[in-house]
Design a protein around this ligand. Structure first.
Ligand SMILES: [Zn+2]
Length: 393
């Protein structure tokens, strides 16, 4: 969807340029509308209208008709190629961009743009080598083609080459004078994860701290830092996690497991209960803290107390499936379910598909868990918990 929005922006920009030129001409021609070329086609209007409405399929159909009438139009072919890629017709997008790149009438900027679009098609098709070559060629023709640098950077991310991807992102940030700190912080975090996995704890700690210094919103850096620090100093690791929860209580649940373990190591399991109670006091709708606390209590034999907590959670968030799942487990632990109720619970539990839905705010991709990089649109930090539908209370 983000790509579609981008595309809509691209088209509206293009439309704006055309409209601007048309307006200037219309001034000269005493307000007669310019309907020369493809702008005279009703399919062009339909195509733009569909794009503005976020419907790439009908837009593609309409603009394909215009393109058949006006095959020489460069702008149209560019838009069409992009639409083909966005609607999953990557092979046709490649053909369109290849045909465009062979045209002798393109200037340097146009040629470079078309070749980097071709690179993007290859990237989408998983043809890493061809994509790399295309982006390099695009940059040889026009070293200031940000589109190509951005494509090459995404390609490095796809290959999990985090150091190179971060360097490229820094270059992009300088080139377009943009604030890329959030993405950079995620990339530094990925670098630190690799160091941590390889047992290079000092480098990992340094990497996580660097990420947090660039952008403190990167929660996985806090989790990673706590895990690294915990190996030598559980008390300090606990402090890292407590600070993380204070900074971002809506992400606190991601730290619960590690925190409960650390409190256990420190011989203070009661601290976990107090932490959860504190979160619930601050936000009575925090069902995750209630569920975590209920689980903690049930595992320690206090199923009655867990049941009371979950009843409140069901009242506050009846739409959340995980609350019901936890309640079923607690009812089972209380031993009050009949045989047929057991069967119902088991059947319902297995039928559940999206237990814990998270959604990408950029492209609406859904996942069962919090993801830091969207596997569909490849954006960073776009996932949120999927909330109840409006009006669901
Ligand atoms: Zn996405």
């Amino acid at each position: 969807m983000a790509e579609t929005v981008l595309l809509a922006l691209l088209l509206s920009a293009l439309g704006g340029v055309l409209a601007g030129r048309a307006w200037a001409r219309s001034r000269r021609r005493s307000y007669t509308l310019d309907r020369s070329g493809f702008r005279g086609s009703i399919h062009w209007i339909h195509g733009l209208d569909s794009l503005a409405a976020g419907r790439p399929g009908p837009a593609l159909t309409a603009l394909s008709k215009v393109a058949r009438e006006f095959p020489e139009s460069f702008d149209l072919q560019v838009v069409l190629g992009r639409l083909l890629r966005e609607t999953g017709q990557v092979e046709k997008a490649i053909q369109t961009h290849q045909a465009l790149s062979g045209r002798p009438d393109l200037n340097r900027t146009e040629r470079s743009f078309v070749i980097s679009s071709l690179g993007e098609d290859y990237r989408r098709a998983g043809l890493v080598d061809r994509a790399t070559l295309a982006f390099e060629e695009a940059l040889r023709i026009d070293p200031r083609n940000v589109h190509a640098v951005a494509g090459r950077q995404k390609l490095l991310e796809d290959q999990a080459l985090w150091t190179e991807a971060a360097e490229e992102r820094e270059a992009i940030s300088r080139l377009r004078k943009s604030d890329d700190s959030l993405v950079l912080a995620f990339l530094y975090t990925e670098q630190a994860h690799i160091a941590a996995r390889a047992g290079r704890l000092e480098a990992a700690e340094h990497g996580y701290r660097r990420a947090l210094a660039v952008d403190s919103r990167v929660f996985p850096a806090r989790l990673g830092l706590a895990a690294v620090v915990a190996r030598k100093d559980p008390q300090r690791a606990t402090e890292v996690l407590e600070k993380a929860i204070d900074a971002e209580p809506q992400r606190a649940y991601l730290a619960f497991e590690a925190l409960a373990t650390l409190y256990g190591i420190l011989g203070e399991p009661g601290r976990f209960e107090r932490r959860c109670e504190q979160l619930i006091r601050k936000n009575p709708r925090d069902w995750r803290a209630r569920v975590a606390l209920a689980r903690h209590l049930r595992e320690r034999g206090s199923s009655e107390e867990a049941h009371g907590l979950l009843l409140k959670a069901v009242e506050a968030n009846p739409q959340v499936l995980l609350v019901h799942l936890e309640m079923w487990k607690t009812l089972e632990a209380l031993g009050i379910l009949t045989e047929s109720q057991h069967r119902y619970v088991e059947t319902a539990r297995q039928a559940v598909f999206y237990r814990d839905p998270h959604v990408c705010t950029a492209c609406r991709y859904r996942a069962q868990e919090m993801l830091w990089r969207c596997p569909h649109c490849h954006e960073w930090g776009t996932f949120i918990e999927e909330g109840p539908a409006p009006g669901a209370g």
